[in-house]
Write a protein that binds this ligand. Sequence first.
Ligand code: NDP
Length: 500
Amino acid sequence: MIERAGGSAVRIPAARMLIDGQWCDGIEGRLIAVHDPATEEKIAEVVAATAADVDRAVQAAHRAYESPSWQKMRPLDRGRLLERLALLIERDADDLARLETLDNGKPYGVSRNVDMKFAMDALRYYGGWSSKMAGEYIQLSPFFDDGGTYRAYTERRPVGVVGGITPWNFPLGQAVQKLAPAIAFGCTVVLKPSEEASLTTLRLGELILEAGFPEGTVNIVTGYGHEAGQALVDHPLVRKIAFTGSTLTGQKILAASARTMKRVTLELGGKSPTIVLADADLDQAIPGAANAIFPNSGQVCTAGSRLLVEASIFDEVTQGVARLAQDLKLGSGFDPLVQLGPLVSARQLDRVSALVAKGIEEGAEPLCGGARDAGRGYFYRPTVLSGGRPDMQIAHEEVFGPVVLAMPVQDPRDIKALANDTAYGLGASIWTRDINKAHLLAAQLDCGTVWINTHNVLDLAMPFGGTKLSGLGREFGTEVIHAYTEPRAVCMRLETSAFD
Ligand code: NDP
């Protein structure tokens, strides 16, 4: 147990892994220390899984996948497993949210009302899909006449064993986002959370056992990406990798997957623009632009990290966003008044600090923030940089921190080019009162999601993913069926003379 302010006692899961329905140690016994990002105190250890550990987990997932009982399980009953898990998360949501806050740093209110709610919703949303897999019935046109008539049908088959590799910004939500569709569509899973934030995924393992998931259907290995993650990607029995994380790691996974021709879905980085047109309702657009970047301390792949504002309202908008940023209270996620927690790790703090320092060196002017917070913990002050130019490094690299770069737009006809001037293509928001401008501009943006007069609204019913270096494939919505299943065509010949 770890004690935190406000009398919160947080139970820490043991440093073990879930393989074949059993909690077990790593073969080599190596452990990784886990730190509270708000205090830098060591709070736990997790196993550093080796390739041999990953092999055990994949073999278990493969046996579970091939087992007659899993193959024959009614789709509705797979959905019931997910519903039972949702009910257990609901029961333990306060505990799980405290653990997420301790491990990741985000404010408890966010862990409880965003992360836990998303996890429960995702289990229920995908649970519903389990019984809705359907194929097609197709009439064929053979180029020969053998006295028969040809028909075919397709059925959607689960891809098999899925490797789910997840990041640290929404740890429990991301784990559920990978396991729920896999189970719904009849796959089995090996999850590998980020070593920066594995604890709620391990607690999820306890609930998976309690919910009665058959042995081996969900396995959890912890450890380093280059070791455990890589072993999962290289394993020939893993048929698909579902990954969320950096573009660089996504590229490595894509290249490595070629060897075994794995299916991959990659949900990667972004440099999403928040576009404020001169006719926007600024009472909405200014808080909207702040909300696009600062929640979760900017560690959100769709964060609006480039603020493109028409020149006539540039000062009013940027100063308004800076005022809101300055008012945000930074501190321990266990303090109910805190709005921004720390960044997840010292490494992430160094990365954000270096990118902002380089931006300032290149001529950006901080209207607020621009530095880490004094004292212990990986805190970075919410930052608005004005005077942005497209040639700056910070205009192109994902910061993944509470930092927005503002750029004035002199001519509205330049907006499309400026917005699309990025290697990424995840999201964008447009703030305007003019419905014509909103839809015409939306059609010109090269990205997976465009929001109009809002930002960061993700919904399980709406497909989510990116173009360009932001990824491959889509999660959520009906699109997810294609990510976890493949069609199998069955072709038959009917004897036309059967009733002669
Ligand atoms: P990574 O992409 O390295 O980590 C994401 C996951 O991939 C983790 O579980 C990681 O394991 C694992 N991983 C790392 N290397 C490999 C590999 N070779 N094969 C298989 N799995 C691997 O992100 P970082 O934590 O390094 O963060 C760096 C940057 O990535 C951030 O600053 C941000 O810009 C971006 N990012 C984007 C996210 C998004 O939501 N799109 C989420 C997180 C980060 P482990 O962490 O244990 O090494």
